[in-house]
Write a protein that binds this ligand. Structure first.
Ligand code: NAD
Length: 510
């Protein structure tokens, strides 16, 4: 979380400073601290973002708390009407949102467009809220007594989101949270903060009452205040594993409900009977899409038996055709990384891989854009990787695909299951029995069968196992509704006064 140093060069124009969005209007940060927002394709600071003070977070929580009573009391029909309008607003502004995402994150606009579409799905799911919060009813559990369960919102809830999906991940959270009647405080990544501000403005125009959605920008100061604020009932987090663990531990220690999704190291197992071309296409798409900055990216190919040589060759042959360029280039398939610091860290794994005995088949540093001012790294392929190497052990989060060669399916499965992360995995095979066995065996939250990036549609829920998720409930979909509501059970009797009597015994059914 670098802090921008002010440019005092004579004539330098200080970039625009983005403010928070509190109670339906833009509010500047009061901390005096800010961070740079880059255009990663050219390596220039395009704006700054003001970081929240404790007081700024408190103001956002106050706005959310004030908006809660009216929002939760609004009928489901009226809330649904607003959700439909929010959905239509995102649909109508898809391109604008994608452009904003691309400009600060660096991903190509077509990929950003896909991100917006997957975010939109969550608003569409939330439009079904009257059906989703239906409770249960049991008539005559005892003579004249009925029992029913209702689901009610929690109050003010908060979301803390990563840089890599600046539109989609906020929508994963806020669509269901507000549909359930909660009010929301979002703390997006300080690296690409504009998408959430644009969404907040669009939602206001769509009729979302002020204060239902608030956005505060910042660093650990903002996050810590969210984790300890007594008026925040629940925290959803998506980001790296060390921060996910920290958020989960502190939020729950302060009595909050928490779901904290962490990092990943996703394996794609290729069995000897797989279609080589199809597996190679999938590996290239899932390894390098969004420059590998996806928590569901394929990081490691597990080549089983004699599939390794033809598979590595098929991937290698495809790499020169991957068009790397700025997000604004309609022909570019892969953009730059998010910051120079991150790009250099990713490139460092190519050195350590060589040092530790792997074979760098394609080195992304040879791409001409690597020497530009933008934060580019070309696609890289590293073969003969073993589990003790840094490039296998760490989440690289960049366009570096590593290949581990194993002899048998059992070896491949051991690799997948021994890995501390458990977000996603995929198997490529033509054998239905082998695929079914893998689905049964894999100790992983999301499994793809001939599908390299098995991100569930919005009416299922998203979440990994092991170090990829802290908490009990996955994000969005049915588990999202559960996370953002709590159950109340009502036992009711409308007695005939003539049958009333005193009974000090423990209530029992009759
Ligand atoms: P990050 O953990 O650095 O940041 C996530 C959020 O936490 C940001 O809002 C950031 O401001 C905040 N934060 C960062 N450092 C903090 C600190 N020390 N104390 C308190 N808050 C802090 O993650 P990132 O780099 O923005 O995103 C990439 C990571 O997110 C990768 O590890 C990726 O796998 C993971 N991710 C996971 C999923 C998933 O669904 N499991 C989805 C997307 C991204």
């Amino acid at each position: 979380m670098a802090q921008v140093t002010e440019d005092t060069t004579a004539g330098a124009v200080r970039p625009e400073v983005l403010g928070h969005w509190i109670a339906g209007r833009s509010v500047q940060a009061t901390s005096g601290r800010s961070g740079p927002v880059y255009d990663p394709a050219v390596g220039r600071v395009t704006r700054e973002v003001g970081f929240a003070s404790v007081g700024d977070v408190d103001a956002a929580v106050r706005a959310a708390r004030d908006a809660f009573p009216a929002w939760r009391a609004m009928s489901l029909s009226r809330r649904t009407e607003i959700l439909f309008r929010m959905r239509n607003a995102v649909e109508a502004h898809r391109e604008e949102i994608a452009r904003v995402v691309s400009a600060e994150h660096g991903k190509v606009e077509s990929d950003a467009f896909g991100e917006v579409s997957r975010g939109l799905e969550n608003l569409e799911f939330a439009c079904g809220i009257p059906n989703l919060v239906k409770g249960g009813f049991s008539e005559q559990v005892s003579t004249g007594v009925d029992v029913y369960q209702i689901r009610q919102p929690l109050g003010v809830v908060a979301g803390i989101t990563p840089f890599n999906f600046p539109a989609m991940v906020p929508l994963w959270m806020l669509a269901n949270a507000i549909a359930c009647g909660n009010t929301f405080v979002l703390k997006p990544s300080e690296k690409d903060p504009s998408a959430s501000l644009l969404l907040a403005r669009l939602f206001q125009e769509a009729g979302l009452p002020d204060g239902v959605l608030n956005v505060v920008h910042g660093d650990r100061v903002a996050v810590d205040r969210i984790l300890e604020h007594p008026d925040i009932a629940a925290v959803s987090f998506v980001g790296s594993t060390p921060i996910a663990r920290y958020v989960y531990e502190h939020a729950t220690a302060n009595g909050k409900r928490c779901q904290a999704l962490g990092g990943a190291k996703n394996h794609m197992v290729v069995l000897p009977d797989a279609d080589i071309d199809m597996a190679a296409d999938a590996a290239v798409s899932a390894g390098y899409g969004s420059a590998g900055e996806r928590c569901m990216a394929i990081a490691t190919l597990v080549a089983v038996g004699d599939v390794a040589d033809p598979l590595v060759e098929a991937i290698r042959a495809r790499l020169p055709k991957v068009n790397v360029g700025p997000g604004t280039d309609p022909d570019a398939q892969m953009g730059p990384l998010v910051t120079r610091e991150h790009r250099d860290r990713v490139a460092g794994y190519l050195d350590s891989a060589t040092r530790q005995g792997a074979a760098v088949v394609t080195d992304g540093r040879e791409h001409e854009l690597y020497r530009s001012d933008g934060f580019f790294l070309g696609v890289s392929l590293v073969d003969h990787v073993t589990t003790d190497m840094d490039c296998y052990r760490d989440e690289i989060f960049g366009p570096v695909l590593t290949v581990v060669r194993v002899a048998t399916y059992a070896d491949a499965l051991r690799l997948v299951n021994d890995n501390p992360y458990g977000n996603g995995t995929a198997i490529f095979t033509r054998d239905g029995g082998a695929a079914r066995q893998f689905q049964f065996d894999a100790n992983i939250g999301m499994v793809g069968i001939n599908v390299p990036i098995p991100v569930p549609v919005a009416y299922y829920s998203f979440g990994g196992w092991k170090a990829s998720l802290f908490g009990d409930l996955h994000m969005y979909g049915p588990e999202g509704i559960q996370f953002y509501t709590r159950a109340k059970v009502v036992t009711s009797r409308w007695p005939d006064p003539g049958t009333s009597s005193v009974d000090l015994g423990f209530p029992r059914t009759r």
